[in-house]
Design a protein around this ligand. Structure first.
Ligand code: NAD
Length: 452
């Protein structure tokens, strides 16, 4: 069958860039060796490989996109790299060996890119992403990481990825081994997980986080992302168990366990720092965010930073902080009721004022102003690094609040940047990206290349 494949299809397979597919992957090696064999068996294998080239059109369900486009994801990653290499962060001196936990999308991916292409740091990334299987594409974070690590290799930057559950002991152990063998120690640990659940390896119990209030039900305006209708979202109060489970998932315990493990194994360099991310937001979101279950988890994270700061100072002369980042479109934030409408209005106001920032601009600022050599992070009275300063500026919030009162389904696209929200959402999955031809076949079964 494969022996009779048209020459143009054979050429396409043999010309496929080796930088994308993982030469260490059994599957890919098997396909490559079969390409060169002229017998019937290899023809069959050749055909199997071609099955993973497909035209990928976006498939969505509510606030979830169920597939991803590898070329689109690579283009978005490339844009982030350019945003760093074309900025003053490029070539600044800073941490040289970084562990980024939650490194494949959103703030974690941008942290990794800023550290790598800004400071030239070696980065070990941890993420939990779906691999491609046959016709099913990988998740966006998988393609982002494949693209990030391929580009890093091209630029002579060491970037290694571990795909697995960061909450587990196994992944902590794998990371420790990799640091020991390749990096010796790390100078910085970024903790940027956003997860709906966590299995505690010490008890085997799986805890699920909820987005609920603590106390009264809360009703506010929200967009139905599948219909674009402005309506109301009602958020119910959490039970005590639900509130505790949310802290267990999104609070500071797992961050502490990571730092404990690295300290115990002498894998943190002198002066090592660690950061986790939080969100405060404007008052209108407080009942369901800051004063709700997720806010309680964030307060736990912030309290953890203080404890880790003392521990790191004593052990290695290091420190720990929480950075409060601005609201951006990520897979995590899109799933939170009320927030997409707030973000759409916020983007409108911040873009008009020339203040708009996305994940990469925030992380660029974090690196340059707070993490570069010689910089001591500036914090507020609560010891928080405030990257949300522009979002919470009084004039910005006053304008958002005025628009919040006026917004309806009819004027949504006029008075808010819902178009920008949707574009950013689609681009999270590699769709709607300028320069990508979505009518073309694309190889979906690529692998993440790790340094040998
Ligand atoms: P995101 O959904 O884009 O990224 C989450 C990351 O965590 C991904 O890399 C994913 O693979 C990884 N992950 C999830 N579960 C995992 C597991 N079990 N093991 C290993 N990796 C796992 O999220 P985000 O919005 O970038 O959020 C990151 C942090 O930033 C969170 O603490 C969030 O609260 C904070 N933050 C987000 C916003 C926002 O507007 N999105 C604003 C301020 C702060």
């Amino acid at each position: 069958m494969g022996a009779t494949l048209p020459a143009n299809r054979r050429k396409r397979l043999t010309n496929r860039p080796i930088a994308g597919p993982n030469p260490n992957s059994t599957k890919w090696a098997w396909v490559l060796s079969s390409c060169s064999a002229p017998d019937g068996t290899s023809s069959h294998l050749l055909f199997s490989a071609l099955m993973s080239e497909q035209v990928v059109q976006q498939r969505s369900r509510g606030f979830i996109c169920t597939n991803a486009h590898p070329r689109g994801c690579a283009a978005v990653v490339e844009r982030q790299i350019q945003a760093v290499t074309g900025s003053p962060l490029r070539g600044a001196s800073g941490p040289q060996r970084a562990l980024v936990i939650g490194a494949s999308t959103g703030y974690g991916l941008s942290s990794r890119i800023a550290l790598a292409w800004g400071f030239g740091a070696k980065t070990l990334g941890i993420y939990f992403e779906r691999e491609p299987t046959g016709k099913k594409t990988a998740s966006a974070g998988f393609y982002n990481t494949a693209a990030m690590q391929t580009r890093a290799a091209q630029d002579g930057l060491w970037a290694y990825g571990i795909n697995g559950d960061a909450f587990s002991d196994e992944v902590k152990e794998q990371a420790a081994e990799r640091i020991r063998s390749e990096l010796g120690q790390v100078d910085i640990v970024i903790y940027s997980l956003a997860s709906p659940k966590r299995t505690d390896p010490r008890t085997g119990i799986t805890h699920s986080s909820v987005l609920k209030t603590l106390g009264e039900p809360y009703v506010n305006r929200s967009i139905d992302l599948s219909t674009g209708q402005v309506g109301e979202a009602k958020i119910e109060p959490a039970s005590e168990e639900e509130a505790a489970a949310t802290v267990k998932v999104m609070g500071g315990e797992d961050w502490t366990w990571w730092i404990d493990k690295l300290l115990a194994e002498d894998l943190l360099a002198p002066g090592a720092r660690t950061l986790a991310y939080s969100y405060l937001g404007p008052e209108l979101t407080w009942p369901m965010y800051r004063a709700g279950t997720i806010g309680a988890a964030k307060k736990d994270l912030e309290a953890t930073a203080k404890k880790l700061s003392a521990r790191l100072a004593a052990a290695v002369g290091g420190d720990a902080w929480v950075a409060v980042n601005k609201a951006v479109v990520t897979q995590a934030s899109s799933a939170i009721p009320v927030l997409p409408l707030y973000i759409s209005l916020l983007f409108k106001v911040m873009k008009a004022k020339g203040l708009h920032e996305d994940c990469i601009e925030q992380m660029r600022r974090l690196c340059l102003d707070h993490l570069a050599d010689g910089k001591v992070p500036r914090t507020d009275a609560e010891r928080l690094i405030r990257l949300d300063d522009l979002e919470l500026r009084e004039d910005v919030q006053q304008e958002v609040a005025a628009l919040w009162r006026q917004v309806t389904t009819e004027n949504l696209r006029e008075i808010s940047d819902f178009n920008g929200f949707q574009l950013a959402f689609n681009q999270l999955f590699g769709f709607d990206v300028e320069g990508v031809d979505y009518s073309q076949l694309v190889e979906t079964e690529i692998a993440i290349v790790n340094p040998a």
